[in-house]
Design a protein around this ligand. Sequence first.
Ligand code: NAP
Length: 340
Amino acid sequence: MVSIVKTVLLGLGNVNQRLLKILIDKKDEIAQKHNLSFKIVGVVDSSGIAVRTRGFDYQDLINLKFNKGKVNELDCFLPKAPEEIANCVEADLMIDASPVNLKPNNPGLHLVKSAITKGWHVVLANKAPLVLAFDELHELALKHKTRLAYSATVCGGLPVINVLQRDLKFATLNNLWGIFNATSNFVLQHLEQGGTMEEAILEAQRIGAAETDPTLDLSGQDTANKLYIIMKSFTDFDGTIADIEMEGIQNVNAEQIQQAAQAGTKLKLVAAAFHKKGKWQLSVKPAPVAADSFMGSCDGWEMGIEVKTDLYESISMKNYEADPTGTSAAVLRDMIDLSR
Ligand SMILES: NC(=O)c1ccc[n+]([C@@H]2O[C@H](COP(=O)([O-])OP(=O)(O)OC[C@H]3O[C@@H](n4cnc5c(N)ncnc54)[C@H](OP(=O)(O)O)[C@@H]3O)[C@@H](O)[C@H]2O)c1
């Protein structure tokens, strides 16, 4: 028997549009292998909310956005603020793929809390709710017997959170390094090849990989957000995002890149976590890495992580993600995990 999962999509941008495409392509497989069918009963974009209890056609939503439409053009539009969706429809699951907003107590964070309070499971591609309220959201979910999943928030489709939480059980992290932001990695590669930062950002925006606000990519903030989420998910770290020393790549120039190359290194935006004197030292900054190292092998649209733990010595993994499809697939794997 196939269970219908009433689902709300928060955001209809790159990530959720590709999610809809995968839902179309894999509909039968999801039903046959997992006994699930995702019925989209509510959608939210910057214009507001639309609700259709009988369910939206996936392709109609893709077409709406392909034609630069907004949900306020739909006949089922409700003239309410986006954050009111949790009071406008009955659902089982919400997917948050709305833009990162790191302002404390922003309406989007309230919405995630309202969804949990209503007993909805929540899948996050948006990192902001976790960065602002990681513990609070987990406590709230426990209280309301609902669950949060967020494997898409860290390195897109690379299953960093799943591997750390599920497969490295009982291991204690000694240290980690990573390249967590494909846009800045692509920018650095483009500079290496003699291009400009502006050209690289335009390309990242064209393919849908850049953040809605690309300064989050370049400033190191997006990488810091991911490092924070990893640390909260896998270690005893009880600090805040402000404990991460952060420097971006905005001021990196061609001369620095050439100097790094002459020394047999590559300049990368590196996230690092080390234990020092019983405290975590966390940083995000441009740093030279040996060209022939694992980190040096992560180029352009690749992201990667190397972790050292007490039980598993060194584990490293990387992905190549030149568009958001891997992220959308990560959202789907979370949707399936939460709905089973
Ligand atoms: N793109 C990636 O590769 C990637 C990878 C990992 C994680 N993420 C995260 O996933 C999220 C979505 O990324 P994206 O690339 O899909 O972004 P995007 O293309 O910019 O789409 C954002 C969507 O959110 C809608 N929106 C704007 N304000 C809203 C609000 N207040 N409430 C609800 N929806 C609102 C936008 O509406 P309009 O359509 O009206 O503009 C748009 O549909 C971001 O948090 C990002 O950090 C993205």
